[in-house]
Design a protein around this ligand. Structure first.
Ligand code: NAD
Ligand code: DAU
Length: 340
């Protein structure tokens, strides 16, 4: 049965807001409550187009707060948990909020789902839980070897969700996606940081050698995969990888961004590597392709083009972010850029 009343946690962030906008536009039979704490990474600007939509409700609150979670979950037939602290670099500097939100917050949501008998719970995990995909793309049953406090917190939440299925029969499905890019991504993440820096003729700080690789997926492809997962019966206890199969190094992506914007490669600046930096993330996606008939639709050149257009047309959106708290973060994080 397709859900009709959905609770989307973290819906004011990058992927959650793309998901919420897409589902409300494509499925007229669904009502969505977004529960979001509006941390530095969340913004109502991402959901502005939904204001006044009678099928959408926004609640500002913390997934660690049992009371607000239960209020929001009452009457829902599906919870989809995007809410998390998500930036690997910030988790290295200050892991506490990651453990709190990503692990404890997921526990609070799972408890609510268990007590209230919610018929579906989608836990948005990540390919970071696998750690380095040394010789071949990670499969759903590959060992979990997280390499950062962020990844370890997400692995904790991922396995906690699974344990609720095995122990209590809570109808949990877990997804592990690769690196998303597209509209509304907070400009601390590599692609929007490099794009917005390049637009302002500022340096693009590449960690280490820049030869490490990621699988890059356009956010709407991820959203459509989640739509399939959410609307398919009989997936309880399953894990699904989601990825594009487009594996590119950081230097290749940086070059693509500069090329798309007509900016010189001299903007690339090599900086000290991230501690514990994962050299390669790559996921095997045969399971979701064969079981759910999903496949990515957007190639990297198109996806990057759409992303460049969005950041060009929405300069106000990222300039507002970059002029706030972000300035201090950037100065601290990229000290060596200012020293040189
Ligand atoms: P994001 O940082 O853009 O958004 C996170 C959202 O969660 C924000 O709106 C924030 O306000 C909210 N939030 C944080 N703590 C909260 C709390 N305690 N209670 C309620 N809301 C809270 O993140 P994103 O990139 O959109 O990622 C969304 C989810 O997808 C995360 O679970 C992340 O681990 C996962 N994921 C992300 C990627 C990626 O490439 N971005 C890839 C795979 C998986
Ligand atoms: O793999 C999925 C994960 O992808 C998600 O679970 C995370 O929430 C999401 O943030 C992302 O994690 P990454 O660490 O891969 O993303 P980030 O954009 O921070 O970095 C991408 C790559 O670019 C990584 O190899 C580090 C590098 N990088 C990043 C930044 C911010 C740089 O070289 N310079 C930078 O300034």
């Amino acid at each position: 049965m397709k859900p009709q009343k959905l609770l989307v946690t973290g819906g004011a962030g990058f992927i959650g807001s793309n998901f919420t906008r897409h589902i409300l536009a494509s499925d007229e039979g669904i009502d969505i409550t977004v529960l979001d704490k509006l941390t530095y990474a969340g913004s109502l600007d991402n959901l502005k187009v939904l204001e006044g939509n009678p099928r959408y409700r926004f609640v500002r609150g913390d997934i660690c707060d049992e009371k607000v979670v239960k209020e929001c979950a009452r009457g829902c037939d599906c919870i989809i948990n995007f809410a998390a602290e998500t930036h690997v670099d910030r988790s290295i500097g200050d892991p506490a909020s990651f453990i709190m939100t990503d692990v404890y917050g997921t526990y609070v949501l799972l408890e609510a789902a268990r007590e209230m008998g919610i018929p579906r719970f989608v836990q948005i995990s990540t390919d970071e839980v696998y750690g380095n995909a040394v010789s071949e793309p990670s499969k759903e049953d590959s060992p979990l070897m997280p390499q950062s406090p962020y990844a370890a917190s997400k692995a904790g939440a991922d396995r906690l969700a699974y344990s609720y299925f095995v122990t209590y029969g809570t109808p949990v499905v877990i997804t592990r996606c690769s690196n998303n890019y597209g509209p509304n991504q907070y400009p601390e993440k590599m692609i929007p940081l490099f794009l917005s820096n390049a637009m302002d003729d500022q340096p693009l700080p590449v960690y280490g050698t820049g030869e490490n690789t990621r699988d890059w997926i356009y956010v709407l492809d991820h959203v459509k995969a989640l739509e399939k997962v959410m609307n398919t019966d009989g997936l309880e206890g399953e894990v699904f990888n989601i990825g594009s199969g487009i594996e590119l190094s950081i230097l290749q992506v940086a070059a693509g961004i500069l090329d798309a914007l007509g900016k010189p490669e001299t903007l690339i600046r090599m900086v000290t590597d991230r501690p514990g930096h994962v050299q390669r993330h790559a996921v095997a996606t045969e399971k979701i392709r064969s079981q759910l008939g999903w496949a990515p639709e957007v190639d990297f050149t198109d996806g990057l083009g759409k992303t460049v257009d969005w950041y060009t047309d929405n300069r106000d959106w990222w300039e507002k972010i970059k002029s706030g708290e972000f300035k201090d973060y950037y100065r601290r994080m990229y000290k060596e850029l200012h020293e040189k």
